[in-house]
Design a protein around this ligand. Structure first.
Ligand code: PGA
Length: 256
Protein backbone atom coordinates (compact mmCIF):
# COMPACT_ATOMS: atom_id res chain seq x y z
CA UNK A 1 0.00 0.00 0.00
CA UNK A 2 1.16 3.51 -0.81
CA UNK A 3 2.10 5.54 2.22
CA UNK A 4 1.78 9.23 1.66
CA UNK A 5 0.27 12.06 3.61
CA UNK A 6 -2.66 13.61 1.85
CA UNK A 7 -3.71 17.24 2.07
CA UNK A 8 -7.38 18.12 1.86
CA UNK A 9 -8.12 21.83 1.61
CA UNK A 10 -11.56 23.41 1.84
CA UNK A 11 -12.13 26.36 -0.46
CA UNK A 12 -15.20 28.04 0.96
CA UNK A 13 -15.05 30.72 -1.76
CA UNK A 14 -17.33 33.74 -1.17
CA UNK A 15 -19.76 31.85 1.02
CA UNK A 16 -20.93 31.90 4.59
CA UNK A 17 -21.51 34.31 7.42
CA UNK A 18 -20.02 34.63 10.89
CA UNK A 19 -22.63 32.28 12.22
CA UNK A 20 -22.32 29.74 9.40
CA UNK A 21 -18.53 29.69 9.73
CA UNK A 22 -18.81 29.01 13.46
CA UNK A 23 -21.39 26.26 12.99
CA UNK A 24 -19.41 24.59 10.20
CA UNK A 25 -16.16 24.51 12.16
CA UNK A 26 -17.93 23.29 15.29
CA UNK A 27 -19.68 20.54 13.33
CA UNK A 28 -16.40 19.44 11.73
CA UNK A 29 -14.67 19.31 15.10
CA UNK A 30 -17.58 17.47 16.74
CA UNK A 31 -17.44 14.93 13.90
CA UNK A 32 -13.85 14.15 14.87
CA UNK A 33 -12.05 15.82 11.97
CA UNK A 34 -9.05 16.65 14.17
CA UNK A 35 -8.28 12.96 14.67
CA UNK A 36 -8.16 12.14 10.94
CA UNK A 37 -4.71 11.24 9.67
CA UNK A 38 -4.37 13.76 6.88
CA UNK A 39 -3.32 17.38 6.59
CA UNK A 40 -6.50 19.43 6.53
CA UNK A 41 -6.89 23.14 5.80
CA UNK A 42 -9.87 25.48 5.81
CA UNK A 43 -9.82 28.52 3.53
CA UNK A 44 -12.64 30.88 4.47
CA UNK A 45 -13.27 34.31 2.97
CA UNK A 46 -10.99 36.99 4.44
CA UNK A 47 -13.50 38.56 6.88
CA UNK A 48 -13.82 35.22 8.68
CA UNK A 49 -10.14 34.26 8.85
CA UNK A 50 -9.49 35.53 12.37
CA UNK A 51 -12.62 33.93 13.75
CA UNK A 52 -11.87 30.55 12.11
CA UNK A 53 -8.26 30.81 13.35
CA UNK A 54 -9.61 31.14 16.87
CA UNK A 55 -11.98 28.21 16.43
CA UNK A 56 -9.14 26.03 15.12
CA UNK A 57 -6.68 26.92 17.89
CA UNK A 58 -5.45 23.79 19.61
CA UNK A 59 -6.50 21.54 16.69
CA UNK A 60 -4.12 20.30 13.98
CA UNK A 61 -6.30 21.90 11.29
CA UNK A 62 -4.64 24.68 9.32
CA UNK A 63 -6.00 27.96 8.03
CA UNK A 64 -5.60 29.29 4.50
CA UNK A 65 -6.42 32.44 2.56
CA UNK A 66 -8.03 32.41 -0.88
CA UNK A 67 -5.80 35.01 -2.53
CA UNK A 68 -3.12 37.57 -1.71
CA UNK A 69 -1.65 40.68 -3.27
CA UNK A 70 1.90 40.63 -4.63
CA UNK A 71 2.94 43.53 -2.36
CA UNK A 72 3.19 43.22 1.42
CA UNK A 73 1.48 46.55 2.20
CA UNK A 74 0.58 49.86 0.60
CA UNK A 75 -2.02 51.68 -1.45
CA UNK A 76 -4.03 48.73 -2.79
CA UNK A 77 -7.59 49.34 -1.71
CA UNK A 78 -9.54 46.17 -1.15
CA UNK A 79 -6.56 43.84 -1.28
CA UNK A 80 -5.09 41.50 1.33
CA UNK A 81 -1.36 40.87 1.69
CA UNK A 82 0.62 37.77 2.52
CA UNK A 83 1.93 39.52 5.63
CA UNK A 84 -1.68 40.01 6.81
CA UNK A 85 -2.62 36.41 6.13
CA UNK A 86 0.41 35.26 8.08
CA UNK A 87 -0.46 37.68 10.86
CA UNK A 88 -3.95 36.19 11.35
CA UNK A 89 -2.58 32.66 11.45
CA UNK A 90 -2.69 31.32 7.90
CA UNK A 91 -0.41 28.49 6.87
CA UNK A 92 -1.63 28.24 3.27
CA UNK A 93 -2.94 30.55 0.58
CA UNK A 94 -4.70 29.57 -2.63
CA UNK A 95 -3.05 31.27 -5.61
CA UNK A 96 -4.20 31.48 -9.21
CA UNK A 97 -7.61 29.90 -8.82
CA UNK A 98 -9.32 29.73 -12.21
CA UNK A 99 -12.15 31.93 -10.93
CA UNK A 100 -9.50 34.64 -10.49
CA UNK A 101 -7.61 33.83 -13.70
CA UNK A 102 -10.94 34.13 -15.58
CA UNK A 103 -11.34 37.55 -13.95
CA UNK A 104 -8.12 38.77 -15.56
CA UNK A 105 -5.31 37.45 -13.35
CA UNK A 106 -2.40 36.68 -15.69
CA UNK A 107 0.29 34.01 -15.43
CA UNK A 108 2.73 36.73 -14.36
CA UNK A 109 0.34 38.03 -11.66
CA UNK A 110 0.01 34.49 -10.36
CA UNK A 111 3.79 34.01 -10.27
CA UNK A 112 4.22 37.27 -8.35
CA UNK A 113 1.61 36.15 -5.84
CA UNK A 114 3.44 32.83 -5.38
CA UNK A 115 6.62 34.81 -4.65
CA UNK A 116 4.75 37.02 -2.15
CA UNK A 117 3.34 33.97 -0.37
CA UNK A 118 6.73 32.29 -0.05
CA UNK A 119 8.36 35.56 1.07
CA UNK A 120 5.82 35.74 3.90
CA UNK A 121 6.25 32.16 5.05
CA UNK A 122 2.96 30.93 3.55
CA UNK A 123 2.56 27.74 1.54
CA UNK A 124 0.96 28.63 -1.78
CA UNK A 125 -1.64 26.21 -3.14
CA UNK A 126 -0.95 27.03 -6.77
CA UNK A 127 -3.91 26.22 -9.02
CA UNK A 128 -3.45 25.24 -12.64
CA UNK A 129 -5.89 23.77 -15.12
CA UNK A 130 -7.25 23.94 -18.62
CA UNK A 131 -10.65 25.03 -19.89
CA UNK A 132 -13.05 22.71 -21.71
CA UNK A 133 -12.12 24.34 -25.01
CA UNK A 134 -8.42 23.83 -24.37
CA UNK A 135 -9.00 20.17 -23.49
CA UNK A 136 -11.14 19.64 -26.57
CA UNK A 137 -8.36 21.18 -28.67
CA UNK A 138 -5.87 18.70 -27.20
CA UNK A 139 -3.97 21.51 -25.49
CA UNK A 140 -4.34 20.66 -21.79
CA UNK A 141 -0.70 19.75 -21.33
CA UNK A 142 0.51 22.87 -23.13
CA UNK A 143 -1.70 25.05 -20.91
CA UNK A 144 -0.40 23.44 -17.70
CA UNK A 145 3.18 23.89 -18.88
CA UNK A 146 2.55 27.56 -19.67
CA UNK A 147 0.97 28.19 -16.25
CA UNK A 148 3.76 26.34 -14.41
CA UNK A 149 6.48 27.82 -16.62
CA UNK A 150 5.58 31.34 -15.59
CA UNK A 151 6.19 30.42 -11.94
CA UNK A 152 9.45 28.65 -12.87
CA UNK A 153 10.60 31.82 -14.68
CA UNK A 154 9.70 34.22 -11.85
CA UNK A 155 10.33 32.18 -8.72
CA UNK A 156 12.84 29.56 -9.86
CA UNK A 157 12.30 25.82 -9.97
CA UNK A 158 13.31 25.43 -6.30
CA UNK A 159 10.08 27.24 -5.32
CA UNK A 160 8.19 24.10 -6.31
CA UNK A 161 9.78 22.30 -3.38
CA UNK A 162 7.98 24.74 -1.05
CA UNK A 163 4.49 24.86 -2.45
CA UNK A 164 1.48 22.68 -3.14
CA UNK A 165 -0.08 22.36 -6.58
CA UNK A 166 -3.74 21.90 -7.35
CA UNK A 167 -4.76 20.55 -10.74
CA UNK A 168 -8.21 22.00 -11.27
CA UNK A 169 -9.61 21.57 -14.77
CA UNK A 170 -11.95 24.53 -15.25
CA UNK A 171 -14.65 22.30 -16.77
CA UNK A 172 -14.78 20.25 -13.56
CA UNK A 173 -15.15 23.12 -11.10
CA UNK A 174 -18.61 23.47 -9.64
CA UNK A 175 -20.12 21.48 -12.50
CA UNK A 176 -20.48 18.03 -10.95
CA UNK A 177 -18.44 16.89 -13.94
CA UNK A 178 -15.42 15.50 -12.07
CA UNK A 179 -12.35 14.45 -14.04
CA UNK A 180 -12.07 10.68 -14.07
CA UNK A 181 -9.34 9.33 -11.80
CA UNK A 182 -7.47 8.36 -15.00
CA UNK A 183 -7.71 11.86 -16.49
CA UNK A 184 -6.51 13.41 -13.23
CA UNK A 185 -3.70 10.87 -12.88
CA UNK A 186 -2.54 11.61 -16.44
CA UNK A 187 -2.45 15.36 -15.79
CA UNK A 188 -0.75 14.99 -12.39
CA UNK A 189 1.88 12.70 -13.87
CA UNK A 190 2.49 15.20 -16.69
CA UNK A 191 2.96 17.96 -14.11
CA UNK A 192 5.56 15.86 -12.27
CA UNK A 193 7.40 15.08 -15.51
CA UNK A 194 7.43 18.74 -16.52
CA UNK A 195 8.85 19.84 -13.16
CA UNK A 196 11.59 17.18 -13.30
CA UNK A 197 12.49 18.22 -16.85
CA UNK A 198 12.69 21.81 -15.57
CA UNK A 199 15.30 20.65 -13.05
CA UNK A 200 13.38 19.72 -9.90
CA UNK A 201 14.74 16.68 -8.08
CA UNK A 202 12.24 13.87 -7.52
CA UNK A 203 12.64 14.22 -3.74
CA UNK A 204 11.40 17.83 -3.96
CA UNK A 205 8.30 17.23 -6.08
CA UNK A 206 5.33 19.02 -4.51
CA UNK A 207 2.07 17.42 -3.52
CA UNK A 208 -0.46 17.74 -6.32
CA UNK A 209 -4.09 18.03 -5.20
CA UNK A 210 -6.98 17.41 -7.53
CA UNK A 211 -9.85 19.91 -7.53
CA UNK A 212 -13.14 20.01 -9.39
CA UNK A 213 -16.40 18.55 -8.05
CA UNK A 214 -14.72 16.32 -5.47
CA UNK A 215 -17.30 14.82 -3.13
CA UNK A 216 -17.70 11.98 -0.64
CA UNK A 217 -18.68 9.57 -3.42
CA UNK A 218 -15.77 10.14 -5.79
CA UNK A 219 -12.90 11.00 -3.41
CA UNK A 220 -11.78 7.43 -2.78
CA UNK A 221 -11.39 6.67 -6.49
CA UNK A 222 -9.36 9.82 -7.04
CA UNK A 223 -7.15 9.27 -3.98
CA UNK A 224 -6.37 5.75 -5.15
CA UNK A 225 -4.32 7.18 -8.03
CA UNK A 226 -0.58 7.28 -7.35
CA UNK A 227 -0.04 10.89 -8.48
CA UNK A 228 -2.99 12.37 -6.55
CA UNK A 229 -1.91 13.66 -3.14
CA UNK A 230 -5.12 15.22 -1.90
CA UNK A 231 -7.95 17.48 -2.92
CA UNK A 232 -9.00 21.11 -3.09
CA UNK A 233 -12.70 20.98 -2.34
CA UNK A 234 -15.21 23.73 -3.10
CA UNK A 235 -18.94 23.05 -2.83
CA UNK A 236 -18.63 19.83 -0.82
CA UNK A 237 -16.47 21.58 1.78
CA UNK A 238 -19.49 23.62 2.89
CA UNK A 239 -21.32 20.45 3.96
CA UNK A 240 -19.68 19.11 7.12
CA UNK A 241 -20.40 15.42 6.63
CA UNK A 242 -19.26 15.52 2.99
CA UNK A 243 -16.00 17.20 3.88
CA UNK A 244 -15.31 14.86 6.79
CA UNK A 245 -15.99 11.87 4.52
CA UNK A 246 -13.50 13.22 1.95
CA UNK A 247 -10.87 13.66 4.67
CA UNK A 248 -11.54 10.14 5.94
CA UNK A 249 -11.16 8.79 2.39
CA UNK A 250 -7.72 10.45 2.28
CA UNK A 251 -6.69 8.78 5.54
CA UNK A 252 -7.96 5.41 4.31
CA UNK A 253 -6.03 5.78 1.04
CA UNK A 254 -2.91 6.50 3.07
CA UNK A 255 -3.51 3.23 4.88
CA UNK A 256 -4.01 4.88 8.24
P1 PGA B 1 -15.80 22.53 -6.53
O1 PGA B 1 -14.68 23.69 -6.49
O2 PGA B 1 -15.34 21.45 -5.59
O3 PGA B 1 -17.05 23.21 -6.09
O4 PGA B 1 -15.85 22.05 -7.94
C1 PGA B 1 -13.33 23.38 -6.39
C2 PGA B 1 -12.51 24.65 -6.44
O5 PGA B 1 -12.92 25.57 -7.16
O6 PGA B 1 -11.47 24.76 -5.77
Amino acid sequence: MVTKRYLVAANWKMNGSREQADVLVRTLVDAGIAAINADIALCPASPYLAQVAQALAGTPLALGGQNLHMDDCGAHTGEVSGAMLKDVGCRYVIVGHSERRCGGETDVDVAQRVAAALRNGLIPILCVGESAQERDAGKWCEVLERQLGSVVDHCGIAAFGELVLAYEPVWAIGTGNTATPEQAQEAHAAIGRYLMEAGLEAAHLPRVLYGGSVNAANAQGLFAMPAIDGALVGGASLVAQEFVAICRAAAISAGQ
